[in-house]
Design a protein around this ligand. Structure first.
Ligand SMILES: *Cc1c(COP(=O)(O)O)cnc(C)c1O
Length: 398
């Protein structure tokens, strides 16, 4: 069609770090070094005949920025390469990307199996919105392969999961679940927000679709909201692009430009996020007020070996449960002086969240209990500040 987001084969020959910095940008006649921001809503055709050819899809090229934009195209091409996928489409948010997957693949009467431990709004998207149009969703334990299998029906279209999960940091065996999906001729969709392609490549492990909230690590500095879907050319062309074009949850060129600079430092940032998180997790394990620490890098994590196999690092998010409940958890949050009290994650700044009363507050208490999210649970997205300062700040309330 008239979408120029297809990756070029040229960059396949380069390593990940190089792709993250250079791929996707074809210099314009102005010879610019940095990717330009194309703030144009439409594009001009040389003739009436060319306009007709662009609209019919017989000639590639831009028509309107709801469909394609040159700055957004650079982001799409680069992220597709980094995830090892054929094609990427950018969206206005991570939730818009997840909605597009559902709108593109589901119809009334269809069924989805989702991990119980996914982002709160993803649960609401499946239950309240796809549910409203006659799609049913069953939620299963992320780590229980037989539960996934039992939940699949002849109407199931795809399996949906996040790994590590938010906020409990459980690990799904992507390869095993992909094999299960393919044995039933259905798709596996993986939300790769927590790991990013630096630490985990779901498509290489057998997943069919990767979704992203670019808002988190891809930006890395908490500036813009955005999302992406990465999949085969065929899936994007047939199922996702037509919905983007009509549904209109398009990424703005400015946001794409911010995310592009984020991608350039992603590998470096993830390395330090992992180092700081590993040190903090170990330290928290030694604190008397802490009942349990949830971090896949810890030997105490029940799926430590799987995480080590599947991921190139253990990530930057650490959750921990206090011996006492909500009052003490809130006290700890309020005693911090540096750490930001905000629900965002993946930022260079360390952030702290009380999931039960914020990100997961719209779930029923039963659903929270089943997901293991107690009132004493805190989630920290470990930033790139000096780890000694992060520990000191938490010590105040411990
Ligand atoms: C934030 C987040 C989303 C949603 O992304 P938005 O950009 O906020 O719409 C989806 N999945 C995970 C794991 C997230 O952390």
């Amino acid at each position: 069609m008239n979408d120029k987001s297809k990756k070029t084969s040229h960059w396949d020959d380069y390593s990940f770090e190089t792709q993250a910095i250079r791929s996707g940008h074809n210099r314009t006649h102005e010879d610019e070094h940095s990717v330009p921001i194309f703030t144009t809503s439409s594009y001009v055709f040389a003739s009436a005949a060319e306009a007709a050819e662009r609209f019919s899809g017989s000639q590639p090229g831009n028509i309107y920025s709801r469909f394609t934009n040159p700055t957004v195209n650079v982001f799409q091409e680069r992220l597709a390469l980094m995830e090892g996928g054929e094609r990427c489409l950018a969206f206005s948010s991570g939730m818009a990307a997840i909605m597009a997957v559902g709108m593109g693949l589901l119809k009334a009467g269809d069924h989805v199996v989702s991990s119980r431990s996914v982002f709160g709004n993803s649960v609401l998207m499946f239950q309240n919105y796809f549910g409203k149009f006659g799609v049913t969703t069953d939620f299963v334990d992320l780590t229980d392969l037989s539960a996934w299998e039992r939940a699949i029906t002849p109407k199931t279209q795809f399996l949906f999961l996040e790994t590590p999960s938010n906020p409990m940091m459980e690990i799904a065996d992507i390869k095993a679940i992909a094999e299960l999906a393919h044995a039933h001729d259905i798709l596996l969709v993986v939300d790769n927000v927590f790991c990013t392609p630096v630490l985990q490549k779901p498509l290489a492990l057998g997943a069919d679709i990767v979704v992203h909230s670019a808002t988190k690590y891809l930006d890395g500095q908490g500036r813009c909201v955005g999302g992406a879907v990465i999949a085969s050319d065929e899936l994007i062309e047939k199922s996702i692009y037509p919905f983007l074009r009509t549904g209109g949850a398009t990424m703005s060129p400015f946001n794409a430009w911010v995310f592009l600079s984020g991608l350039e430092t992603l590998a470096l940032r993830m390395k330090t996020h992992c180092e700081n998180a590993a040190e903090l997790a170990l330290w928290l394990e030694g604190q008397p007020a802490v009942r349990q620490v949830f971090y896949p890098g810890l030997k105490s994590h029940p799926q430590h070996d799987l995480a080590a196999q599947q991921q190139a690092g253990f990530g930057g998010v650490v959750s921990f449960e206090l011996e006492a409940g909500q009052t003490k958890a809130w006290e700890l949050i309020d005693a911090t002086q540096m750490i930001s009290i905000t629900a965002n994650l993946g930022d260079v700044k360390t952030t702290i969240t009380h999931p039960a009363s914020t990100t997961h507050s719209r779930l029923t208490p039963e659903a929270r209990f089943e997901a293991g999210i107690s009132d004493g649970l805190l989630r920290i997205s470990v930033g790139l500040e000096d780890i000694a300062d992060i520990k000191n700040d938490l010590s105040r309330g411990l």
